[in-house]
Design a protein around this ligand. Structure first.
Ligand code: SF4
Ligand code: SF4
Length: 291
């Protein structure tokens, strides 16, 4: 159970759009937690563009290929009844004039078609969607997924990456893909708390409103990190106030942080005041989670 001393807390770091500083927050949170002697694991679920490893240079211990289930149809057994195509919600299998065709790239691996086939003409096959890697980055492990080039469906890989998170750490920090579609939903789902990163600009507010709607639909508690807090206007703060969303921390627009990012460095490792900022953010999240 989360929220209890010694229990595991899964914190998703999310944003309505890319480029808000989500990965900076996720990596710095993990480094701050480890520096405080907490057991922590960082899980990079941004499988289309994973980049936490660029800042942490983990020593990779394990690489595994991830597959999703797809139907294999035995034409000799198939009677052309069409029940499989009727069952499929994703148009991944079709039956035309008694001939069955499959579209593996659309298949979600739900198993519906082989369960309904009255003559057991469908067996379970496999399609590669990407890899999961685990490595050591200083005092903690980094787990990250990488979607196969050309692969359109990332949620099955994201769920697999998230499932790799250790049960035996106090903190799991999840770097979620940006946006509000299926990939971020897969990454954020079943977290204990969502840390929403935004900027105080009209674009930042627009995407924050959408992302807050997504997290509310999932029924998860959340708070907001305002990055580059000294640019833009006050509309994000007013929105958070009106919606009862706690502002967890405000991070200034500091050229030194941008330079550290460009060099592939963790801001909290090279700028001590930012280590304190992220320690304070972790403490604030801990209070929110245990409320
Ligand atoms: S496994 Fe599910 S998604 Fe895939 S073809 Fe069968 S019914 Fe459709
Ligand atoms: S349900 Fe089975 S028998 Fe019917 S069309 Fe599909 S594969 Fe063929």
């Amino acid at each position: 159970m989360s929220g209890q001393p010694g229990s595991r807390n899964i914190i998703a770091v999310a944003s309505g759009k890319g480029g808000t500083g989500k990965t900076t927050v996720a990596t710095n949170l993990a480094v701050a937690a480890a520096g405080l002697g907490k057991t922590v694991e960082l899980v990079d679920c941004d499988v289309e563009a994973p980049n936490c490893h660029l800042f942490l240079s983990p020593e990779i211990r394990e690489t595994r290929t991830v597959h999703v289930a797809i139907p294999n149809v035995d034409a000799d057994k198939c009677t052309g009844c069409g029940e499989c195509a009727e069952m499929c919600q994703f148009n991944a299998i079709a039956c035309l004039n008694g001939n069955v065709m499959t579209f593996p790239e659309l298949c979600h691996g739900c198993a519906g078609c082989w369960l309904v086939c009255p003559v057991e003409a469908i067996s379970e096959g496999a399609r590669e969607v990407g890899t999961v890697q685990r490595g050591t980055a200083g005092d903690f492990d980094l787990v990250y997924g990488r979607l196969r080039i050309g692969e359109a469906m990332s949620p099955p890989l994201i769920r697999r990456v998230k499932a790799e998170a250790s049960e035996h750490v106090e903190w799991v920090i999840v770097d979620a893909p940006p946006g509000t579609s299926c990939p971020p939903i897969a990454a954020v789902q079943n977290s204990d708390y969502v840390c929403m990163v935004t900027e105080p600009t009209p674009f930042g507010l627009n995407d924050l409103v959408l992302a807050v709607g997504m997290v509310r639909a999932l029924g998860l508690p959340m708070g907001v990190v305002i990055n580059r807090c000294d640019v833009g206007d006050d509309e994000v703060r007013k929105y958070c106030d009106s919606e009862g969303l706690p502002i967890l921390v405000e991070i200034p627009d500091d050229r030194r942080v941008a330079e550290a990012y460009a060099r592939g460095q963790i801001a909290g490792n090279v700028l001590p005041e930012y280590r304190a900022t992220f320690e304070a953010l972790l403490a604030r999240i801990e209070r929110e989670v245990t409320r």
